[in-house]
Design a protein around this ligand. Structure first.
Ligand code: NAD
Length: 240
């Protein structure tokens, strides 16, 4: 395949690659995304996932929020797949500068990636809203109803950016910096439908924008190379 050949050549020549990804990066680890056929949008729930994972829903209906969150967002036994592992290897080889992710599952770090910018936070950090005590994800999984702090009794909230909440300024600025200075920008496993994250594509100034996805996205025409396929399978073809 011609695109694949071109992609592999670009990767071989570059030492300034930046990766920007979404839920599709973790589907090969068994974590469902939102918009694929097997995604959470197509499963039976009283509300769409973006409603349940919104700030106003959390305030109004905390027990239901946590029921969904524990069942669908806390996939704590999932392991990094070939995509996570290759991105970590590219960084170790000095070729990749950063992974910018919309995922909250921590699988890039589990694979060994060091510079990971988590635009939407992480299920692995949970803070007491009263005394700021930090809890791990198992604490939330093993709690019932609304999790509370074992030290002061305050509400414990995941450090995850809910819909209607703002993104962390520092993470956003750092992501823009990496993308603006990147030689190659690989965007993979994201529908590019969730803003402001999807708008990051606008900061790329180069001519090696690679989009890897199993289906089309609204930004396909912006890509210099579009590779249709599973991201783990595509990235495993890179030889280091
Ligand atoms: P999305 O569900 O909107 O889109 C996923 C995209 O990935 C789709 O375009 C789909 O075609 C593609 N895809 C699925 N499997 C793929 C694969 N193996 N290889 C290549 N492409 C594949 O996800 P999004 O764009 O990240 O936006 C949804 C929001 O949901 C994000 O904000 C994210 O934080 C959150 N989310 C995170 C997780 C997670 O942490 N693993 C899981 C579900 C949702």
């Amino acid at each position: 395949m011609e695109q694949m050949q071109q992609f592999l050549e670009w990767i071989e020549e570059s030492d300034n690659i930046v990766f920007f990804g979404g839920a599709g990066v973790s589907t090969e680890s068994g974590i469902p995304d939102f918009r694929s056929v097997d995604g959470l949008y197509n499963q039976e729930y009283d509300y769409p996932p973006e409603t349940i994972l919104s700030h106003s829903f959390y305030l109004k209906n905390e027990p239901e929020f946590y029921r969904f969150y524990r069942k669908k967002m806390l996939c704590l036994d999932a392991k990094p797949n070939a995509a996570h592992r290759m991105l970590a290897k590219l960084e170790e080889a000095g070729k990749l500068k950063a992974v910018i992710t919309q995922n909250i599952d921590g699988l890039h770090q589990a694979a060994g990636s060091k510079e990971v910018l988590e635009l939407h936070g992480s299920v692995h950090r949970n803070y007491c809203q009263r005394c700021q005590k930090l809890f791990d994800a198992r604490y939330i999984l093993n709690s019932e109803g609304c999790p509370t702090c074992d030290a002061c009794g305050g509400d414990v909230k995941p450090d995850v950016v809910l819909y209607e909440e703002g993104l962390d300024d520092y993470t956003m600025r750092k992501s823009i910096q990496y993308i603006a200075n990147a030689d190659i920008l690989i965007i993979g496993g994201t529908s590019l439908a969730v803003y402001p994250a999807a708008g990051l594509i606008d900061y790329y100034r180069g001519n090696k924008l690679v989009l890897i996805n199993t289906s089309t996205t609204p930004m396909d025409s912006r890509a210099n190379l579009r590779i249709e396929g599973k991201i783990g399978e595509v990235l495993s073809q890179i030889k280091l």
